[in-house]
Design a protein around this ligand. Structure first.
Ligand SMILES: Nc1ncnc2c1ncn2[C@@H]1O[C@H](COP(=O)(O)OP(=O)(O)OP(=O)(O)O)[C@@H](O)[C@H]1O
Length: 908
């Protein structure tokens, strides 16, 4: 260190920028503590904040080292990446503190993002006085990194990356691709601070590595931790954790057989099955094997309930942590024989939010179920009982060391007088919270609040925190203020909060990773314990996520810090984007191709060099159709323009193209300019097909272009050309189709009618004789009656029982019947429509002939059917359906008998 700080002759001393690296529990924080206490404070007599500063990302880590958070110590804005908003007075305050700064120690560097490190560097350059000797190198106008402060970067690159931002161990790909960086300035700056160099030397000048794990003395557990760290968890280790059979005896630690038994050593030779090994291993191996089973099963193995109750559950996400905390709080209270008290948060909606969404109040109950990180870090329903472990969710008192994440236990709470009545009613849900909750916190120092009789007991009062329901929006509007105690049950935590901690009581972890889960979170949990007895794995897990190896960046950064020579050329060939040229067959990086060529398919991609060769041979352009490289003269002039780089067609391929309508291949002159250039063949329509002729319309049905006279049938309705116009043949065809359709409809009706009549006839013929008259009567509602016209004495058949009968055939007159008998008046009733004089004479002339015919017909009818006469004598009227007045009427008026009287009923 001294050597590094020793100036070369005549030169400004170079400040120290050093890395302290080591696995979990190797004592990095312990070393920093020693440097602080023994070197800085005891030997140099310095104080924190004046001559040196120790910073970390999280308050709990800072508290362990008696340091500060990066944001608080350097006045950085933690909500946004902009640091311009710092007030003048605060900046002056910081500057005054930084006047004497010489050392800056950053712990848990893996959790500091590139962006945050860049902001820290810029703020240091601002705060350190220009007069400070080390700020500028001799002859340089640029401030040194970190304003010339001596810096120690301590941490483990194989631990968790920052919750947000770019991980420092990520390879800056610009180094591999030698392309321009598209990252934001802060990212590039931050990465340069750990990867880059100042002049010939790298920014981080060297590295001290700690290798001996001090936290975990269990050799086998150390071995498992290492396997998970390297991403190569062995099948045997996985089986040991699950209590399954292994290919080695139980006391195998990964390096040696601890029992030293000769039989067990023999079992190691690989000839035996796992079941055999388990059966024949020595008692010590059996014992070791049992203790290595860390996956908790439901059958009650590892029933160390008491111990497990005190162990901290470590999860990857806040949501799981929140729910586990609530469940374990209930469980814990039950075991202690206590009733859980629930403090209900009060959410107040801002007036602006109500303006935007008036019915927001209805959702309040659902907000209580959201996890705390969604609602300003305060629980909706906070379970509490006396003696329960809790943690502070905010910095409650910096002076006393009660920072966010500080552990403690509930000692009691105090009510206002009027609230004590509610207490008597034994309610366990506090809609009206107590005035304060007394919590005994575990801090580095001992203190006592005035008026309280116990040490380290702090009255935690209600806190208000704003949160937004619509926090995903670019400008959240729906603001709610939550009022709750800033406490959380202390049974579970996240892996990020657990980093750097040692849990002597043990840790519970879930190693079954979901999709996208990070094995590092499980690694952090596994490395927090002192021995295997302290590790509880929540459920069986899949080994594959822990066998994928680890990223190349971490190892490369460590090599950079060590000062090892990195073979960037080999890395470039391995990681750079490359593709083979279709002509020279050589694999080349993206920069070896033009943008257009890179996008092409592998078979058509040509590298810059081959393109250059073609240009040198005076064939600079490639035809997109025939793929031949040709000179410029082989292409049309417009292809010289830059947009045509991706599509050029030579004259030979361009001589003729087919029209999409007529399908005939035609030269360019037959097409319009845009149609000729169209790449899609279905858009290339020749002029003949596309042309509009004056006085012509295109028929909307047959699509033919015709003179307007051919549309005369259509223009009777409309003269507008709207694309629906139809030519005369098409109109005619339409009309014919409509008429045919109508006729078909009518024919169908007649067919139906005929069919019905046929059915009736058949049924009548088939029905028994006794039933037939009944059927006839039912079918023929209007019975046919016989009468004799009194004028001509001719027989007349009619359905009229009472009324007038028109007897046209006999004389053209009418006569009246009453109850079926002819009512003979003194004078004949004149017809309504009187025949004209001429026709009356003609009718009178024809009358004798008609009378003769009628008489003859009557005689024929009387003689022809004796059965009919018999029926008539029985006063039954005959029925001939073809002569019936119903015949020929619409079927709707004729009611089929079968529908009216069922056959059986009629028969009976
Ligand atoms: N040299 C040492 N002598 C005795 N105990 C030590 C030593 N180094 C570390 N320890 C103990 O080991 C535990 C872990 O140490 P420490 O927190 O410093 O490790 P770390 O490397 O910072 O771990 P992590 O990477 O997890 O933060 C602590 O309880 C500490 O007291």
């Amino acid at each position: 260190m001294k050597a590094e700080m020793q100036p070369a002759e005549g030169a400004t001393p170079e400040p120290l920028r050093w890395a302290l690296h080591g696995g979990p529990g190797t004592g990095k924080s312990h070393t920093l503590k020693l440097i602080r206490e023994e070197l800085f404070e005891q030997i140099a007599g310095w104080t924190r904040g004046s001559q040196y500063q120790i910073v970390t990302l999280q308050a709990v880590m800072a508290n362990d080292l008696d340091g500060d958070t990066i944001h608080h110590a350097l006045g950085l804005n933690w909500q946004s990446a902009s640091d311009d908003k710092i007030s003048g007075s605060k900046f002056l305050d910081l500057s005054a503190k930084a006047v004497q700064w010489r050392w800056l120690i950053i712990d848990e560097i893996s959790m500091v993002s590139a962006e945050l490190l860049a902001r820290l560097d810029l703020r240091c350059r601002e705060l350190v006085r220009d007069l400070a000797q080390s700020k500028y190198a001799r002859g340089s106008a640029h401030a040194r990194p970190f304003g010339g402060l001596n810096v120690i970067l301590s941490g483990d690159l194989w631990q968790l990356p920052p919750p947000r931002g770019t991980f420092l161990g990520e390879v800056p790909w610009e180094m591999l691709t030698s392309g321009k960086s598209r990252k934001v300035a802060h990212t590039v700056h931050g990465q340069e601070l750990v990867w880059g160099s100042v002049g010939e030397k790298s920014v981080v000048q060297g590295l001290t590595e700690l290798v001996q794990c001090e936290r975990t003395r269990d050799v086998w557990l150390q071995h498992v931790q290492k396997e998970i760290r390297d991403g190569r968890l062995a099948a045997d280790s996985h089986a040991f954790l699950h209590g399954q059979d292994t290919s080695v005896p139980g006391s195998w630690s990964g390096e040696a057989l601890e029992c030293g038994n000769a039989t067990c050593r023999k079992l190691m030779q690989g000839k035996y099955t796992p079941a055999h090994i388990r059966l024949h291993e020595c008692p010590r191996c059996k014992e070791e094997r049992a203790s290595k089973k860390r996956v908790v099963d439901t059958a009650g193995h590892m029933v160390e309930v008491e111990k497990r109750d005190r162990a901290k559950a470590i999860f990857a996400t806040n949501a799981v942590k929140y729910h586990v905390n609530k469940l374990r709080a209930q469980d814990w209270a039950q075991r202690q024989g206590q009733e859980v008290q629930y403090a209900i948060a009060k959410d107040t909606i801002s007036s602006r939010a109500l303006q935007e969404k008036p019915d927001l109040g209805r959702e309040k109950l659902t907000w209580l179920q959201r996890h705390d990180q969604d609602c300003g870090g305060l629980y909706g329903v906070l379970p509490l009982c006396v003696g329960m472990p809790v943690t502070a969710t905010d910095h409650l008192d910096r002076r006393r060391g009660i920072l966010k994440g500080c552990p403690g236990k509930v000692v009691g709470w105090s009510w206002r007088k009027e609230q004590e009545i509610a207490q008597d009613q034994k309610t366990h849900i506090w809609n009206q919270p107590p005035t304060c909750i007394f919590v005994q916190f575990t801090t580095k120092t001992q203190w006592r609040v005035q008026g309280l009789d116990k040490d380290n007991v702090f009255p935690v009062t209600l806190q208000r925190q704003p949160w937004h329901i619509d926090k995903g929006r670019s400008r959240p509007m729906l603001r709610v203020v939550r009022r709750q105690f800033p406490l959380a049950p202390g049974f579970a935590t996240t892996a990020h909060a657990a980093q750097g901690q040692t849990y002597a009581e043990g840790a519970i972890t879930d190693m079954q990773l979901g999709e996208g889960g990070d094995p590092m979170t499980a690694y952090i949990a596994v490395t927090r314990v002192r021995d295997r007895e302290g590790l509880y794995i929540y459920r069986p897990f899949d080994a594959s996520p822990y066998q994928k190896g680890c990223s190349v960046g971490r190892a490369l950064l460590l090599q950079t810090w060590r000062g090892d020579c990195i073979d960037w050329a080999t890395l470039r060939t391995r990681y750079r984007e490359e593709a083979a040229c279709s002509e020279c067959r050589e694999r080349k990086p993206k920069s070896g191709y033009t943008a257009g060529q890179w996008k092409r398919e592998a078979a058509a991609r040509v590298c810059r060099e081959c393109v250059r060769n073609h240009a040198a041979n005076n064939t600079p352009w490639q035809c997109s159709v025939c793929k031949a490289w040709q000179d410029e003269a082989a292409f049309a002039k417009q292809y010289a323009r830059p947009p045509c780089t991706f599509y050029r067609v030579c004259h030979t391929c361009e001589v003729q193209k087919p029209c999409c309508k007529c399908g005939v291949a035609k030269p360019a002159s037959a097409f319009g300019a845009s149609a000729w250039k169209a790449r899609h063949a279905d858009r290339r329509c020749c002029k003949d097909c596309a042309v509009k002729v004056t006085g012509h319309w295109r028929c909307g049905v047959c699509s033919e272009q015709k003179a307007r006279e051919h549309f005369s049938a259509w223009t009777r309705q409309s003269t507008r050309q709207n694309g629906k116009q139809r030519c005369n043949p098409c109109v005619q065809a339409t009309e014919i189709r409509a008429a045919a359709k109508k006729a078909k409809g009518r024919l169908y009706k007649l067919r139906v009618q005929d069919k019905r009549q046929q059915v009736i006839r058949c049924s009548r013929a088939e029905s028994p004789d006794s039933v037939r008259p009944l059927l006839r009567r039912s079918v023929c509602r209007q019975a046919i009656r016989r009468a004799t016209a009194w004028q001509t004495k001719a027989p007349v058949r009619s359905t009229v029982r009472t009324g007038e009968i028109e007897h046209r055939r006999a004389c053209g007159n009418r006569f009246r019947v009453k109850d079926g008998h002819v009512d003979e008046p003194a004078q004949p009733t004149p017809r309504k429509t009187q025949p004209r004089a001429q026709t009356t004479q003609a009718a009178q002339a024809a009358r004798p002939q008609q009378e003769t015919q009628a008489t003859a017909r009557a005689a024929k009818e009387t003689n022809a059917a004796p059965a009919k006469a018999e029926l008539e004598s029985k006063n039954c009227l005959s029925f001939d359906i073809s002569k019936s007045p119903e015949h020929g009427r619409s079927p709707a008026k004729v009611v089929p008998w079968s529908m009216k009287i069922p056959f059986e009923r009629a028969g009976s």
